[in-house]
Design a protein around this ligand. Structure first.
Ligand code: SAM
Length: 326
């Protein structure tokens, strides 16, 4: 297998797939008050996703992550996982979810071939959960995390987007859970993205979070097997779990970016933070053969930007985050 390399010699081997744009939460920084979901006919079917993954795998993609919207709202998600796990060349299938429905599906997803799961959780407080997400299912998220562990979807990683003045006072409580519960917690810098209402929140730089967590003890760099993505990992004294920082704003990792993103309506997006897209759905539905699909995937790799320019105020405006999947 030759693999996919872009002009900057980054090896592209990871495809994030948004399987739907519906969500059972309405997070203040991710969604928008005037949310309009795509008509069902615009959303790729399992068969269409499987076909694209087959072609991408033949070109060097070996890791797939399913996201959304909320991917667990797709009632036949396990069927898709099973189909993708049988695609030659795919050796890692993971899921990003808000966890609300995870206790219902964790076991069947594991049996279908899902390897691991990331759960998005921005607060440990009921009232705040309601304010941030618009929902009141914090208990279900905790149950989902527990179910994921029991099902063996390891490592379970908890992703917290840190917003100044909204939840940044909880970073220490989350970090403490890496000791008390063995959680793998990742702190994500908020990226100003999408609508003006979503962009109104303020990023807390990793360096600031790191300094705060020193009150729990010295953070030792951890080069264990908890990830090969953009996070930098540390461990607190006595912790079974790790602490990761994803610093897209203050220390971007574009030079190591190994991913492409497929939106729920079949657009291949080379960069989360750039509006360029290649229309795979149109090609698929117009009967494109494998060579044509390969050509289009390669086109996305060719136009993949060297780095994002969010810090200079260049904000992608075409889609809100819930349509891309983070
Ligand atoms: N519903 C699923 C979930 O909650 O994990 C998957 C989709 S959600 C868009 C994926 C991730 O993107 C979540 O962890 C969410 O917190 C994160 N996210 C959304 N908007 C963001 C932003 N502006 N900056 C950083 N992360 C963001």
């Amino acid at each position: 297998m030759t693999g996919l390399f872009d002009s900057w010699q980054r090896q592209i081997n990871y495809l994030r797939i948004s399987v739907c744009d519906h969500c059972n939460l309405n997070c203040v920084y991710c969604s928008e008050s005037s949310r309009i979901n795509l008509p069902r006919s615009e959303i790729l079917s399992n068969e269409e996703i499987q076909r694209l993954v087959q072609v991408a795998a033949s070109m060097g993609i070996n890791k797939v992550r399913l996201t959304g919207g909320e991917p667990l709202l797709k009632s036949d998600l396990s069927k898709l996982v099973r189909a993708l796990s049988q695609v030659e060349g795919i050796d890692d299938i993971s899921l990003t979810t808000n966890g609300i429905l995870l206790s219902k599906y964790a076991t069947e997803l594991k049996e279908a071939g899902l390897k691991r799961v990331n759960v998005s959780l921005d607060t440990l407080k009921e009232d705040r959960f309601k304010r941030i997400t618009g929902g009141d299912k914090l208990g279900d998220v905790f149950a989902g995390i527990e179910a994921a562990h029991l099902a063996g979807l390891e490592p379970v990683k908890i992703n917290m987007v840190v917003l100044r003045g909204i939840n940044d006072d909880e970073t220490i409580d989350f970090a403490r859970l890496s000791i008390d519960q063995g959680w793998h917690v990742r702190f994500i810098e908020f990226m100003p993205f999408g609508t003006a209402e979503a962009q109104a929140f303020e990023t807390v730089p990793t360096q600031e979070m790191y300094q705060r967590l020193q009150s729990l003890g010295s953070l030792e760099p951890d080069s264990g097997q908890t990830g090969n993505g953009p996070a930098k990992y540390y461990r607190l004294p006595g912790a079974n779990g790790t602490i990761g920082f994803i610093s897209a704003m203050t220390e971007h990792f574009c030079h190591t970016c190994n991913r492409l993103r497929l939106t729920a309506d079949g657009q291949l997006r080379p960069c989360l933070l750039d509006d360029d897209e290649v229309n795979l759905k149109a090609a698929l539905r117009n009967g494109a053969d494998t060579d044509e699909l390969k050509r289009l995937i390669l086109q996305a790799v060719i136009i993949k930007r060297e780095q994002h320019h969010l810090n200079e105020g260049v904000t992608p405006g075409r889609r809100p985050m819930y349509q891309i999947g983070g």
